[in-house]
Design a protein around this ligand. Structure first.
Ligand code: GLN
Ligand code: ZN
Length: 780
């Protein structure tokens, strides 16, 4: 072994940094370029030029916002599609099933992400407890590890031409393997983490290449450290981390390492992380805490001797201004304890939009309370300034921040007395419907057949619908013309469903741009943005709404459309609402009160909506909660409390429905084993879930639990245009009917149809209805 390289030990990490920055571009330039490349309208070289320009813009912007051009302050957190996929590619850990894929590097990258005619894409799943989704690595004993540092080296070199000494970012080895699944060829019981030693060698090779390219810092993200949901205890995870970084740290020819632990609490591990042979350790001090005892006793400072503690004091997941004075006090306290400290965000800013200054139509008073990515970078730089030169030097900014927080606390709409009084008066009874037996008897009058067929709510959002909506927004057509268009659309969807022979109909949701934003635009206390895009996966981005004040419903939101649809048919039309948990999960929610309180307010608004729907003659109402599992906290301690308030909010929304009203819910995923009790707790009369891709896995535990209410395991996958045959759907229905009695079993697709085209939708639903008829006959 060569002598340790002391150059980076003395360099020190910059006093202000962020863990990462949004990469889709302020106007979603990256999305547009990547999609254009997929369509063949731009070349690979043109895509590369756009991507490089975006990276260059980000670097210079971060510099302008106050980050240093030196000492690794500026992260290289760009990704064409996904950072976990980038790590797979950097490690050369291409799953064997893709070994035969031909084409350029970039084409092979996109085949991993999106599949092709002969390859299913890598599975996609939620990144910790965020709304971001990553491509799941597949590892077996045979998966190659053939590191390619080229892309990262390229970033470092690009930065150098801008005079910037930047810091490449990768998912760290332990998190990478704990998020991986065993590849198909792996033997029964194989755990990807058993490849830790090989993979660490791969990272060591990447470090070497980056060192040779002149990189002085790298960042490895290890959010596995804060999670209880990865099949290992925290101590076990810490042991993996210790082993990996002891090894990597011992390598001589490497850049300095910043190890991060975003998205939760690492206080249990902070002193032990500080003792690792790496140069900087980050902690999320927004979701997580400091190890206060160690700080007070001095063991924190001893562990961090020669190591920088990177304090993640700026929230990177929400859009509210941080209390800067409080954050500075925390930083000062850490430094007084004898620790070298840098200021940072709690996590990668990929979860927030770019810039509040880009929101011309937001209420000006609300806009002042907000901090998007650019404002957060400025705050990090400001705090570092105050820490270095004294609080007095930034006093004006601190006072302005204090004034903003005070303004927010007292602004009209933030606390609305009648909303608060009503929420305070909620009782357990309000969250409780009549007993199941009584409801079942009362709902016999609905005359629902065995194996009833229905859909999840939306019908294809055609180009025509999008055009009409855009024309209405631009003022090119007036409200009457737009609504007439929607009525025609609803009428045609109703006719179509009757022709196909579905039992329970929907109105098709043509009036909704998005299942959360539609409601946010109609509720008081909510705002929507113009350019506030946040990447949800790959080229997909959403614009989360902002729940800033007390929530109430000034007028009915869906009744007109549902009542109109019902007036066109003798069959039941389901009312269609987005549930309180999903409205919260897919929005930026105020941080000045518990989520549970906001959920209660939203639930009460939905409860009134259900009341009005019933008065308008709607007898079946679906309240979608696709995000129920998404918001489940990472640490076990907080999960119970979450399940209580989330389930409680759903029950409050639906609890006013009389026994003869049938309440449905829809959940979007198949792995609902972990929250099956919560689903049961929702007490919905009928629950539809995704099940086709897992071939009805979920019916087994439901059967074993003697689940007593209605259940609609999806019989066809709506994520692809493929039309599933009648036989195929029959087969899945037979599996389901072996476990679930016919009068409880519903027949529906996996999810809404809004992303599909009409041809495939009609064909698939026709096959579905025929499959239900066939299996019904067999059962009779
Ligand atoms: N009702 C919604 C739809 O069909 C549900 C969407 C969802 O579950 N994400 O589009
Ligand atoms: Zn769904």
């Amino acid at each position: 072994m060569s002598a340790p390289n002391t150059e980076h030990r003395t360099a020190g990490l910059a006093p202000a940094t962020i863990l990462g920055y949004p990469r889709i571009g302020r106007r979603r330039e990256l999305k547009k370029a990547v999609e254009a490349y997929w369509k063949g309208t731009i070349t690979e070289a043109e895509l590369a030029v756009t991507a490089a320009a975006l990276r260059a813009d980000v670097r210079s912007r971060l510099k302008d916002l106050g980050l240093s051009s030196q000492d690794g302050a500026i992260p290289e957190s760009f990704s064409l599609y996904d950072q976990v996929l980038d790590t797979t590619v950097a490690l050369g850990a291409t799953p064997l099933r893709f070994a035969d894929v031909q084409g350029s590097d970039i084409d092979r990258y996109f085949v991993l992400a999106r599949g092709d005619e002969t390859h299913q894409p890598l599975e996609m799943t939620k990144w910790f407890d965020t709304n971001y989704h990553y491509s799941v690595p597949e590892i077996s004993p045979q998966t190659p590890v053939e590191p390619h540092a080229g892309t990262l080296v390229g970033y470092v070199e690009e930065a150098r031409t801008q005079g910037i000494d930047s810091r490449p970012v990768l998912v760290g080895p332990v998190t990478y393997l704990l998020l991986a699944k065993a590849a198909d060829e792996a033997p029964e019981g194989f755990a990807p983490i058993s490849r830790l030693d090989d993979v660490v060698e791969g990272y060591a090779a990447l470090l070497r290449a980056l060192h040779e390219a002149g990189a002085r810092w790298v960042q490895f993200d290890e959010p596995a450290l804060v999670s209880d949901s990865l099949g290992y205890t925290r101590e076990e995870i810490l042991a993996f981390v210790t082993s990996a970084y002891t090894e990597l740290g011992a390598r001589a020819d490497r850049p300095a390492i910043l190890l991060t632990a975003p998205y939760g609490d690492s206080s249990y591990a902070q002193t032990r992380l500080g003792a690792l042979p790496v140069e900087a350790i980050q902690a999320d001090l927004v979701r997580g805490r400091l190890d206060e005892q160690a700080l007070a006793e001095g063991s924190f400072a001893r562990a961090f001797e020669g190591t920088t503690f990177v304090a993640g004091v700026i929230d990177g997941r929400n859009i509210w201004q941080t209390n800067l004075s409080q954050a500075l006090a925390t930083l000062e306290r850490i430094r007084q304890a004898g620790v070298t400290v840098s200021v940072a965000t709690a996590n990668n800013l990929q979860h927030v939009p770019h810039d509040v200054a880009d929101e011309p139509s937001l209420d000006a008073r609300l806009a002042r309370w907000l901090a998007f990515a650019d404002q957060k970078v400025e705050h990090v730089a400001l705090l570092a300034e105050g820490l270095a030169h004294g609080r007095e030097t930034i006093v004006t900014a601190l006072e302005e921040n204090a004034e903003i927080l005070a303004d927010r606390a007292h602004a009209p709409g933030v606390r609305v007395e009648h909303v608060r009084q009503r929420a305070a008066a909620v009782t357990a009874e309000d969250r409780t419907r009549a007993g199941e037996t009584e409801r079942r008897a009362a709902q016999l009058a609905l005359n629902i057949p065995e194996l009833a067929t229905t859909t999840i709510g939306s019908f294809p959002q055609t180009a025509e619908i999008r055009r009409a909506r855009a024309a209405f927004r631009r003022g090119e057509i007036d409200v009457d013309a737009y609504e007439q268009f929607l009525r025609e659309e609803i009428a045609s969807v109703i006719r179509l469903q009757e022709e196909i022979g579905l039992d329970i109909l929907v109105h098709g949701e043509a009036e909704r741009n998005d299942m959360v934003q539609y409601f946010a635009e109609l509720l008081d206390g909510c705002a929507v943005t113009t350019n506030g895009w946040v990447q949800s996966y790959g080229t997909r981005a959403t614009r989360p709404s902002i729940l800033w004040g007390d929530i109430s419903r000034p007028a009915p939101m869906t009744v007109r459309w549902s009542a109109y649809a019902q007036s066109l048919t003798d069959r039941h039309v389901k009312g269609m609402l987005t549930g309180p948990v999903t409205i919260l999960a897919w929005s930026f929610v105020r941080d000045d009160q518990p989520l549970a309180d906001t959920a209660t307010q939203v639930a009460l608004a939905l409860r009134d909506e259900i009341d009005d729907l019933v008065s308008a003659g709607i007898e079946i109402i679906q309240v979608d909660e696709p995000a129920l599992r998404e918001l489940l906290p990472l640490d076990a301690d907080r999960q119970q409390a979450y399940l209580e308030w989330s389930v409680g909010a759903f029950r409050l929304a639906t609890g006013g429905a009389a026994p003869e009203v049938q309440i449905h819910t829809h959940l979007c995923y198949s792995e609902f084993g972990e929250i099956i009790h919560a689903v049961d707790g929702l007490d919905a009369d009928v629950t539809s879930i995704e099940a086709a891709r897992s071939r009805m896995d979920v019916v087994v535990p439901l059967g074993a639990h003697k689940y007593s209410r209605g259940i609609g395991p999806g019989v066809y996958d709506i994520h692809s245009p493929r039309v599933p045959s009648q036989e195929e759907q029959e087969e899945l229905l037979r599996i389901a009917s072996a476990h679930i009695p016919g009068d409880q079993l519903w027949v529906n697709p996996d999810c809404g149809l809004k992303t599909r085209g009409y041809d495939e939708t009609v064909a698939s639903l026709t096959n579905m209805v025929r499959a239900a008829q066939a299996v019904r006959q067999e059962l009779a």
